[in-house]
Design a protein around this ligand. Sequence first.
Ligand code: EPU
Length: 418
Amino acid sequence: MDKIVIQGGKPLRGEMTISGAKNAALPILAATLLSPEPQHLKNVPKLVDITTIKRLLEKIGASITEEDNGCTIQIKNIENNEAPYSWVKTMRATILVLGPLLARCGEAHVSLPGGCAIGARPIQLHLTGLKKMGAEITIEHGMIHAKAAKLKGASIYLEAPTVTGTENLMMAATLAEGTTILENAACEPEITDLAHYLNACGAQIIGAGSDRIIIHGVPSLSGTTYEVMPDRIEAGTFMLAASITLGDLHLKNLRPSDMVSIIEKLREIGSKIVEEKDSLRVIGKEIHAVDLKTLPYPGLPTDMQAQFMALMSVADGSSVITETIFESRFNHCAELRRMGAQIKVEGNHAMIKGVPYLSGAPVMASDLRASASLILAGLVAQDETEVLRIYHLDRGYEAIEQKLSQVGASIQRLKGTA
Ligand code: EPU
């Protein structure tokens, strides 16, 4: 397995370009199942998770042509309506094929995902919503079997604003008979991006980005050309890289309006941020301790919690980070402690007493965002940090070591060494 080796202590300076958003590209790729026409997608990031969903779509019947910065995908016929455990265990987001497969061909068989490092991650709200739309759902031997000759529009209240649940139901509802109303829907920008893509194909979705989404079913969807939104979590991670190294980064191809909670928190911490239409400049100046709490959008994303923990580890003072979305998303704390961070965890609160410096150490990534947190810690730590198990990182950050070394980090990937 590869590992990443970092010599810390170098302020990052220069320009970086943000890639397309993993969590927007995944549902958009799943949504290509809804139409037999060719779909031209641009700004699709080169990530392991994206390759996983593409390979699954090929098993289902897709033909995919890779292009510079995107792909053309066409699913003329559904040849196989199954996503077995071998796929779902590699990536939970494969559950996103359930709604569109069911809507397109009246039947879908998708393995039930289990928990993962960050929590139990139930999906009962996806299933309850599909049942409300008339699907017959059974679970046997770990497989979800869903059937509905024709889905029917329904009024669905989501007990929790689930992101992939909202996406699954929104996709299914586009081809349903009648109107579906999703109440207490998730409002994340990736959901709005999916709705824009679907509307470009002829869907009639109103209100995506709010907690009430109305979907008028249409008989079929056409092909389109669509550019995936920029990755606000990759951008946020690099903003923190500028802050933690007291550097100066100009991040291009992003949407500051999607990142208000991150921008405001970093200003409170002491970074200077200059916003432009589709770029941001972050100048790290001081690192003051501030309390943080993760919340559904527009609150501070849980996908940025681990990275903020690295930053607070070297802050001037003490802070409390409260995780409200996932029940065990503090796996990075033990690894940060190995680098000298002073962190105490009680329930869903982490108490962090900032230290003047971290010291490089071999550390182990436990999930995608925990890996990013360890990279940030390594960038500021004295001497050498080795981050092991970086396959997690490759799921969600495109060419991270190249991007960071271009702005002055001493970082390299060693192949097959750990
Ligand atoms: N929930 C339920 N029941 C359900 C579904 C969710 O109670 O049926 C609860 C969960 O237990 C959790 C909360 O709702 O407490 C939010 O979970 P959600 O379903 O929104 O998470 P997700 O859709 O599985 C997506 C992202 C995650 C991101 C979360 C929260 C994708 C592919 N994944 O997951 O991204 O952390 O939303 O914003 O979009 C990552 O990229 O590193 C990542 C984990």
